[in-house]
Write a protein of this length. Structure first.
Length: 203
């Protein structure tokens, strides 16, 4: 029993860093509402995507946070618009006082967009963030990119992730899926990857 309780504590501590990134958005947007997501076509703000699984989502006007098993075990973070000068995970704006953070600017190269996400995760408390397999992707009629992630917490717990992003008239659309490397990510990787491929802008 003591071993199981310790394991639960470790999982909670491990996802604290990711929760910090999500809270950056809520600081700017306020509290959200929680709803059930059923398989099929769903809207996430101004994004549309097809899901094969059931989710629970918390939403605000600027982002949505989806989970299947609870935020401690899997997170899908959807932002329909990162505006010019926004912090990549929202929550703050670029300013002369804060010039050296991962802020989005239109027309960035694919590797620069990849590095914005990596830097944001580092700022949120993850260590050893390693993006991989950067590749072009198409979302509806818009060109974008996808890449994979590996990272860990300061406690050494391992995570994997997938990122999809593309630019549109208002800014940058961003989707990040993160789950523990043990069991949860391998279980859902294929289905979530297919889901990310269906994302399209519907402003």
């Amino acid at each position: 029993m003591a071993r199981m309780q310790g394991r639960r504590f470790d999982w909670r501590a491990a996802l604290t860093a990711c929760a910090i990134a999500m809270l950056l958005a809520s600081c700017a947007s306020g509290g959200g509402t929680t709803r059930h997501v059923v398989p099929g076509e769903m809207r996430a703000g101004k994004l549309v995507l097809n899901s094969e699984m059931e989710w629970t989502r918390a939403s605000t006007s600027r982002y949505q946070l989806w989970t299947m098993d609870g935020e401690l075990l899997n997170l899908l973070y959807l932002i329909h618009t990162v505006k010019e000068g926004d912090y990549i995970f929202l929550g703050q704006r670029e300013s002369k006082r804060r010039p050296d953070a991962p802020y989005y600017h239109r027309g960035m190269r694919e590797d620069e967009l990849r590095d914005l996400v990596s830097d944001g995760l580092l700022n949120a408390g993850f260590v050893g963030v390693s993006p991989d397999n950067l590749r072009p992707a198409t979302f509806g009629d818009r060109a974008g990119l996808r890449f994979d992630l590996a990272m860990q917490t300061a406690e050494g717990l391992q995570y994997q992730g997938m990122v999809a992003m593309f630019e549109h008239e208002k800014g940058l659309a961003l989707a990040i899926f993160i789950a523990p490397r043990e069991f949860y990510f391998p279980r859902d990787q294929a289905a979530v990857s297919r889901m990310l491929d269906t994302i399209r802008w519907q402003g």
